[in-house]
Design a protein around this ligand. Structure first.
Ligand code: S3P
Length: 437
C-alpha cells in the first residue's frame, strides 16, 4: 500500500472533531493483565490494530477466552496466574516490539516452553535488553545470533526477584522485568535512568497488585495475583501527535481531538510543540481507569526551531517522526540530541526520517543520537517508510505544507497502530489517496 498526498494546495487545513484510535501501550497491557486475572474483564476503546491484535491472538493461542473485538469492546475471561496453556506453535507477534518484550517477561515464569517470532523488522530488533535481566532472575531464554528474535523461552524455571538498574530508558524493559517479577520469589525492583511510560504500574495497580513507586524505582512482590477489572482505553496520544503536528503546520487549521490519554509520562509531544510555539489547548479533563484523559484543540501556528530539552525525549519517544516534520516547517534550526533509542525502533527512525526529509529538499542532518534540521520549504518527492507506521503517517502530514505531491511507499504497517488513518485524515481535510500495489 502507498499513500499519495496532494501538496501545493492554496489553502490546506485540518478541521473538525475526531477521536483517534485507542492507546496501543494500554491496549496490549489490558489483554495481558486481564488474561492472567481471576474473573472476567471488559475492555472498551481497545485498539483494533495489528500490534495489539497480535497480543490478543497470542493469549487466545494460550487458551484464554478472549472475545473478538467489536467497536473496541473486548471481554476476557481470565485464567489466573497459572492458567495459561502451552500454544501448539510459535507465537507470531508480527511487527510488535511491545508484545515480544513484555511477553518474554510474562512467559519466563510459565510451566511450558514457548517460542516468540516476528516479522522482518521485529526480527532485527535488540532483545538482549530483556534477556539479560531475565537471566539474572533465573529465566532461560535463547535467541538468534546477536540476541535477536526468535526467542525460545524454557518453562519451569524458578525465578527470583532482583533489583535491576536499566542502562537505557525503556518502558518495555521495565515492564518485562515487572511481569517476570509477578512470578518470581521475593521483591523485583527496576530503576530507570529517565522517566518512561508508567502504564504497567498504573494498570497492575488497577488489577489489585501492590506496586510501590518511589522516585525512579518501581517494585512489586511475587508471586502476585491479579483480580479482573474493566478498562476504558483512551485515545493514543502517539496517534493524536500526527494531527497535532498536521494542524500546527497547516495554513488554516482548527481541530479537536477527543478523549486523548495525557498520562504525564507521554505528554512530551505537547510540551515540545508548545516550546516551538504551537497553539494547543486542552479541555474536559477527567480520570478514566487510573489514566488522565482530555480533549485537545490545535490551531495553525508559526512554529520556531528549538533545541529540544533531552529530558523530554523519553516522554515523546514515539512522536519524533512527526516532530521532525514540525521542525522542517519551523522557522530556524531544531536540534535533537539524546535520542539514540530512535535507531532501534520499527526502523532506524533517525536515518529513515533524515533520508525522507532530504528527498523532499529539507536540510536535515542525521547525528548519532538525533538530528539537526533547518526549517524551510518542503518540496515534492517520493519517500520510503521502510515499513514503519509512524514514518508513513509523519510524511503524510508533511503534505499539508509541501509545495507538491508526496508519494509515500510501503505504508501497510500503518495498520499496526492506526487502522484507517487515511480515512480519518481525509475526513478532516488532508488530501490523501491510498494506492494498493
Ligand atoms: C512502549 C514503550 C516504548 C515505545 C513503544 C511502546 C510500551 O518503547 O517506543 O512504542 O508500550 O511500553 P521502549 O520502551 O523500547 O522505549
Amino acid at each position: 500500500m502507498k499513500f499519495i498526498v496532494q501538496g501545493g494546495l492554496e489553502k490546506s487545513g485540518l478541521k473538525g472533531r475526531i477521536r483517534v484510535p485507542g492507546d496501543k501501550s494500554i491496549s496490549h497491557r489490558s489483554i495481558m493483565f486481564a488474561s492472567l486475572a481471576e474473573g472476567t474483564s471488559h475492555i472498551t476503546g481497545f485498539l483494533e490494530g495489528e500490534d495489539s491484535l497480535n497480543t490478543l491472538r497470542a493469549f487466545q493461542a494460550m487458551g484464554v477466552q478472549v472475545s473478538e473485538p467489536i467497536d473496541g469492546k473486548v471481554s476476557i475471561k481470565g485464567v489466573g496466574m497459572n492458567g495459561l496453556q502451552a500454544p501448539n506453535k510459535p507465537l507470531d507477534l508480527g511487527n510488535s516490539g511491545t508484545s515480544m518484550r513484555l511477553l518474554t517477561g510474562l512467559l519466563a515464569g510459565q510451566a511450558f516452553d514457548v517460542e516468540l517470532t516476528g516479522d522482518e523488522s521485529l526480527s532485527k530488533r535488540p532483545m538482549k535488553r530483556v534477556t539479560n535481566p531475565l537471566s539474572e532472575m533465573g529465566a532461560k531464554v535463547d535467541s538468534a545470533e546477536g540476541g535477536k528474535p526468535p526467542l525460545k523461552i524454557q518453562g519451569n524455571q524458578k525465578l527470583t526477584g532482583i533489583h535491576y538498574t536499566m542502562p537505557m530508558a525503556s518502558a518495555q524493559v521495565k515492564s518485562c522485568c515487572l511481569l517476570a517479577g509477578l512470578y518470581a520469589q521475593g521483591k523485583t525492583c527496576v530503576t530507570e535512568p529517565a522517566v518512561t511510560r508508567d502504564h504497567t504500574e498504573r494498570m497492575l495497580t488497577a488489577f489489585g497488585c501492590d506496586v510501590e513507586v518511589k522516585d525512579s524505582t518501581v517494585c512489586l512482590n511475587g508471586p502476585a495475583k491479579l483480580i479482573a477489572t474493566d478498562i476504558d482505553v483512551p485515545g493514543d496520544i502517539s496517534s493524536a501527535a500526527f494531527f497535532m503536528v498536521g494542524a500546527s503546520i497547516a495554513d488554516d487549521a482548527d481541530i479537536t481531538l477527543e478523549h486523548v490519554g495525557i498520562n504525564p509520562t507521554r505528554t512530551g509531544v505537547i510540551n515540545i510543540l508548545k516550546l516551538m510555539g504551537a497553539d494547543i489547548t486542552t479541555s474536559n479533563q477527567q480520570e478514566v481507569g487510573g489514566e488522565p484523559v482530555t480533549d485537545i484543540r490545535i490551531k495553525s501556528a508559526r512554529l520556531k526551531g528549538i533545541a529540544i530539552p533531552e529530558g523530554l525525549v523519553p516522554v515523546a519517544i514515539d512522536e519524533f517522526p512527526a516532530l521532525f516534520v514540525a521542525a522542517a516547517c519551523a522557522e530556524g534550526q531544531t536540534v535533537v540530541t539524546g535520542a539514540e533509542e530512535l535507531r532501534v525502533k520499527e526502523s532506524d527512525r533517525i536515518q529513515v526520517m533524515a533520508d525522507g526529509l532530504q528527498a523532499l529538499g529539507v536540510n536535515a542532518m542525521a547525528t548519532d543520537d538525533g538530528m539537526i534540521i533547518q526549517g524551510g520549504e518542503i518540496g515534492s518527492g517520493t519517500v520510503h517508510s521502510h515499513g514503519d507506521h509512524r514514518i508513513a503517517m509523519a510524511f503524510a502530514m508533511a503534505g499539508l505544507r509541501s509545495n507538491g505531491d508526496i508519494h509515500i511507499e510501503d505504508c501497510d504497517n500503518v495498520n499496526t497502530s492506526f487502522p484507517d488513518f487515511a480515512g480519518l485524515a481525509a475526513s478532516c481535510g488532508l488530501s490523501i489517496q491510498v494506492v494498493n500495489d
